[in-house]
Write a protein that binds this ligand. Structure first.
Ligand code: NAP
Length: 470
């Protein structure tokens, strides 16, 4: 895949970039190693100030960053601004809380006291340069949710961003530079995915985190395993959105629409499978389909657009193929399901649009049942009981998050106990927050980002034994 900015709303290539050659890559790896030796020694106050200044750059550059993101991957402009604002909040959150999350621990108890270990402590030390292989769908946020805790812990960052968001990738490096990061602390590597293995295997690189597809996860996880390096994988999802009879139905429908189409439907934690109890199914299905059909599809730079194009032609074609496969095997398309060629309202354009689509009658024979629909396609399932809802929710290779609509505490307990996912959100949409761990189980990956769990992923948990100190 060439490293290039291609506007998904028009299909026009705006700029192409030369990938880093061997010398350029070597220079950046050397700089990262040198930077780490210095940066691991600076105090939390310096690191927190660095994050606060970076947050300030996100604030002042918000409009420019939002336009860059929308141009490169097609997210509606208001959502791009919100993404930049979220980055600033997360940076400030780690600036405020990071030091406490990895403060020294003093695990002394009666046992350790007896054995003379009363003065032992645990220190969270940084690992070194961490490679972050990142996706285009939240091209600012995915990077910041890695970078804020990593830098706060004293690691240094090497960003290999998706090949279709190079301007955003370079803007991120520039933000940390302007924030006063010591040279080499946060660098963007303009490289293709074929060069990732060599970087992971490089002795100077301590660990790798990848957010992306299952295929990329297998590949990066295998190399990291072979190189015996720590890895975190945040992969795909096909999150269930379960609606039970006690749900506030109008609110559930409104949220379901948002949860499916936010970011043009290209979110790992978007609700993708809507599992609705038969008592409320007909009312839910009618309102949900009507509200999706009514969404304004259009140029994402236009403030009125609620749904823009998919980020890549391949992504749009893959999504269309999933729906075609379902129809071939007997599913029904309730709305949408036909590629929109050209920019809506601008005949002759070549944007990669796909309409909001609802599919019913989805069965396990169909790819749509098992695979991730990365775009505005909702699968609707009718179930007769809570047990059937949970079984359907779990009938997926993924386990990222889930949303359940009920006011019944007993039903809630069953869901928390039985739904196989990294999150269970009740009466609300799945979302990420700096204070809450984020990640999945099954083929959604392993490890956690955000909160204390995220900052500790790339730490050397060091036992410090203080024997006779006098
Ligand atoms: P992708 O094709 O896997 O790309 C993600 C990143 O991995 C890109 O930087 C890509 O580089 C790189 N990459 C791809 N194949 C690779 C390989 N074999 N070895 C090393 N690096 C490789 O995914 P995407 O299409 O950008 O993003 C969509 C996927 O990400 C969806 O499945 C979505 O659910 C998932 N996602 C997960 C989370 C989460 O937190 N769990 C969050 C957001 C997105 P190139 O661009 O150069 O190919």
């Amino acid at each position: 895949m060439p490293i290039a900015t291609v506007n998904p709303a028009t299909g026009e290539t705006l700029e192409t970039f030369e990938p880093l050659g061997p010398d350029g890559l070597e220079a950046r790896l050397a700089r990262a190693e040198a930077a780490f030796r210095e940066y691991r020694g600076v105090g939390f106050e310096f690191r927190a100030e660095l994050l606060r200044r970076a947050a300030g750059v996100f604030d002042t550059e918000q409009e420019h960053l939002a336009r860059t993101v929308t141009t490169e991957m097609g997210k509606p402009i208001a959502q791009a601004r919100a993404e930049a604002a979220k980055c600033a909040r997360a940076l400030r959150w780690y600036a405020d809380h990071g030091a406490a999350l990895i403060a020294d621990e003093h695990p002394a108890d009666e046992d350790t006291a007896d054995s003379g270990a009363a003065a032992a402590l645990v220190r969270y030390r940084p690992l070194g340069p961490v490679l972050a292989v990142m996706p285009w769908n939240f091209p600012l946020w995915q990077v910041v949710r890695f970078a804020a805790p990593a830098l706060m812990a004293g690691n240094v960052g090497l960003l290999k961003h998706a090949s279709n968001v190079p301007r955003t990738a370079l803007a991120l490096e520039e933000i940390f530079r302007r924030a006063g990061a010591p040279e080499g602390c946060f660098q963007t590597l303009l490289i293709g995915s074929a060069a990732v293995e060599g970087v992971i295997r490089d002795d100077r690189v301590a660990a790798v985190t990848l957010t992306g597809s299952e295929g990329a996860g297998r590949s990066v996880g295998a190399v990291a395993g072979d190189a015996l390096k720590k890895s975190v994988l945040e992969l795909g999802g096909s999150d269930p959105f379960v609606v039970l009879p006690s749900a506030d139905l109008p609110e559930a429908v409104r949220t379901a629409v948002r949860a499916r189409v936010q970011n043009n439907g290209q979110s790992c934690i978007a609700a993708k499978r809507f599992i609705v109890h038969t008592d409320v199914y007909d009312a839910f299905a009618a309102a949900f389909t009507a509200q999706l059909r009514a969404l304004r599809v259009g140029d994402p730079a236009d403030e009125r657009a609620e749904l823009g194009p998919l980020a890549t032609r391949q992504g749009r074609d893959d999504l269309a193929a999933l729906v075609s496969d379902a129809v071939t095997h007997g599913a029904t398309v309730e709305t949408g399901g036909v590629r929109l060629d050209g920019t809506p309202g601008q005949p002759g354009g070549d944007g990669w649009y796909y309409p909001p689509t609802v599919v019913t009658g989805v069965t396990p024979e169909m790819r749509l049942h098992h695979e991730e629909a990365f775009g505005p396609v909702a699968s609707l399932y009718r179930v007769g009981s809570l047990a059937e809802a949970v079984a359907t929710a779990n009938d997926s290779p993924f386990g990222l998050s889930s949303s359940v609509w009920t006011t019944d505490p007993a039903e809630r307990e069953v869901c928390v106990r039985d739904i196989e996912a990294g999150g269970v959100f009740f009466n609300g949409m799945t979302a990420s927050h700096p204070a809450l761990p984020f990640g999945g189980v099954k083929r959604s990956g392993y490890g956690r980002e955000l909160a204390g769990h995220g900052i500790r992923e790339f730490c050397n948990v060091t036992t410090v034994w203080l024997g006779h100190t006098n």
